[in-house]
Design a protein around this ligand. Structure first.
Ligand code: ADP
Ligand code: MG
Length: 289
């Protein structure tokens, strides 16, 4: 079955609950999303709106209460275990925290080789430690991944503590590239970084997308960056998508009052524009009542 128009990632009717029984609460509900090949979909919303929950559901890290996550036309949740592993190899993640997301006791090489071992492109040795099946090939893959994120090959034998926050995020991106994914879930990948470093990491992601044809589900609370990275945007409010569309359309002519309020609250360099937006927001909200 070939459908060229088909999205690489399709989320339909997604619901995720946390807790059990009387403590159960629904974090996201009725969420539909599409990410096409080579496309970036920004998922925006306030803290607690359910962005990470959706990312984690896509990655199979939290159980899905209802709905489906379809990747390359296959239902990830219902695929047999072996097939699911193959599919999820092509679905990788970069998280916010460049300090917590790398194991400080492992060299960069050990960290980058881990996904190869986990996905059985490598075999465990008899000595109890895991080694790649083909050390020469693993070595060249590590060097290629470091090169593609702009780091020298000698970074491989160093430890995370020797790198800056921006460099660690580059290493996290390199790790995500090891299995040659088609889509990377980026969950606030630059939120912990200084502004100048943020721009460098965002540029890196854009370059990698162009060179490798990657798709991104780009999760952020920072509306200031979505124009630079995203093609389309989905706005999340209290666990539901309230508006989806091309990034310019949603940013310049938001239709949903929540999107309007969110944009009005985002810092704008120009104070006059900020005031005009606030007034437009107040008017929009007044019109709703
Ligand atoms: P965001 O990433 O947009 O900040 P999250 O997806 O982290 O939002 O959280 C959405 C909602 O789910 C919040 O109300 C949060 O408190 C709740 N939540 C997130 N993770 C858990 C968890 N592991 N257990 C219980 N509740 C959670
Ligand atoms: Mg989050």
């Amino acid at each position: 079955m070939t459908e060229p128009e088909r999205a690489l990632l399709e989320v339909r009717g997604l619901r995720v609950d946390y807790g059990r029984g009387r403590r159960r609460s629904t974090a996201v509900d009725a969420v539909d999303l599409d990410v096409g090949p080579g496309e970036t979909l920004a998922l925006v919303g306030e803290s607690g709106s359910g962005k990470s929950t959706i990312g984690n559901a896509v990655l199979g890290l939290v159980p899905i209460a209802a709905g489906t996550v379809t990747f390359q036309g296959e239902d990830v949740g219902r695929a047999p275990a072996r097939r699911r592993r193959e599919l999820t190899a092509q679905l990788q993640a970069v998280f916010q925290d460049p300090y917590g997301s790398l194991n400080s006791m492992r060299t960069i090489r050990q960290t980058l080789v881990e996904p190869l071992i986990a996905h059985r492109r490598a075999v465990p040795s008899t000595g109890g430690t895991s080694r790649p099946a083909d050390p020469a090939s693993a070595r060249s893959q590590v060097e290629a991944a470091l090169h593609s994120v702009g780091l020298d090959p000698d970074a491989a034998d160093r430890y995370p503590g020797e790198f800056s926050g921006g460099q660690r995020q580059r290493i996290a991106v390199a790790r995500a590239l090891m299995l040659r994914p088609r889509l990377i879930v980026c969950d606030e990948p630059t939120s912990a970084l200084d502004l100048s470093v943020q721009a460098q990491v965002l540029n890196l992601l854009t370059t990698l997308q162009r060179d490798l044809g990657l798709s991104y589900l780009f999760i952020t609370h920072d509306l200031a960056i979505i124009r630079h990275v995203a093609h389309r945007v989905a706005v999340l409010h209290r666990g539901r998508v309230v508006e989806t569309g091309p990034v310019r359309k949603v940013c310049d002519e938001p239709e949903d009052p929540y999107t309007q309020a969110l944009l009005a609250a985002a810092p704008v360099p120009d104070p006059v524009a900020q005031r005009e937006r606030r007034e437009a927001r107040a008017a929009a909200l007044a019109g709703q009542r």
